[in-house]
Ligand binder design. Sequence first.
Ligand code: UGA
Length: 436
Amino acid sequence: MRLSVIGCGYLGAVHAAAMASIGHDVVGIDVDAEKVGSLSRGEAPFFEPQLQEILQAGLESGRLSFSTDMSSVRGAAVHFIGVGTPQQAGGYAADLRYVDGAVSELLPYLQPGDIVAGKSTVPVGTAARLAELVTPTGATLVWNPEFLREGWAVQDTIDPDRLVTGVPSGPEGAVAADVLRKVYHPAVAKGTPFIVTDYATAELVKVAANAFLATKISFINAMAEISETVGADVTQLADAIGHDPRIGRRFLGAGIGFGGGCLPKDIRAFAARAEELGRRESVNFLREVDAINLRRRERAVQLVVEGLGGAVYGKRIAVLGAAFKPHSDDVRDSPALDVAVRLHGLGAEVVVTDPEALHNARALHPQLTYFEDRDEALRGSDAVVVVTEWDQYRREMSPAEVSDLASGRVIVDGRNCLDPSAWRSAGWTYLGMGRP
Ligand code: UGA
């Protein structure tokens, strides 16, 4: 099938390349000429495992191209909208200007029978509003939310755990759902659940999923706060409750909390939308989820201060990690970088390292010092803080090695990813999050 993907950020670029890799002819559109240039040369504009390979293969096959020119979407049967919906400046609601702009620019090129498939995360009610613009062209709007995780984006796009499509009522809705089944043919053929529903449910599925995940993380972080007060160990608590299959151990990783381009802004936009709908009380707990999450960053800073005897001023602190999670170079709302910035604000000499995210981190916070090399960052440090659980820090960093490089013997484990006994027996003061 011939497809277009409008917006070539984390979502759109992966979607375009993944759709080409399963046999479609795809054109990706973006207003950013630099991004289009690098994608067209086969260079992924951000770090995402497997993306580079499928991008190059798609370009070589001739099935994948990128353009800044919206008229290149002509002839595509399905047009995916994958532009960003960031948090509004000065508010919690989602900023829909890119979605609205993409749809209005697309309108002149739509043909009767075309499908416009929204993938961006939007406040419930957006699809119904956009359908009023799309329907007069003879095209059909569907809402087809995306559940990919950064770091696993290619795999999650090609082989998702479910597919959700919100369609209008009537025969055109059923026809559109069948077209999307053809688009996602490999996943459909292997029996992946394919849920066809109305617009509002499809929009809500996406924000409800992210709200649930954020709540799960903040729940365990709230237990970490209580554990800190009573001397309990939240990691053992998580293991124990996680054995109950109704609870499950995944997303019960206590630490400095969630960040990134999705969970923080999505729960805020959800709360803002619920308030507009007169249902503030239904998701009031999301404000608590947000507040717990932000407190954990400060807690990590407090541990560093305590570990260094009450003050960090003038102390050299090696911060291991800048990305909001491993296998990503994304530093949007990164708790890791936030901890680094807060320590810098207290007068510490902060040295940050990360295997992939330094370029983005430097652009956002040029006031920090960055080292590509982990060992250079560790050399001469008074304290070490692990804030992104990359394997380079979690698995491939022994206390003996770090003892040869660091001056001090304080390690703060912001992700509870290290073995406390290994560090303590090597003479270190180990401080975890919600662990005695
Ligand atoms: C999240 C969702 O997991 C995806 O399903 C969704 O499609 C995506 O948002 C989106 O809306 O596009 P992502 O932002 O890539 O995906 O990251 P996650 O893997 O969910 O991690 C989010 C944050 O939570 C990270 O900062 C991570 O370190 C933190 N986290 C995760 C914890 O603090 N504890 C955990 O146990 C798990």
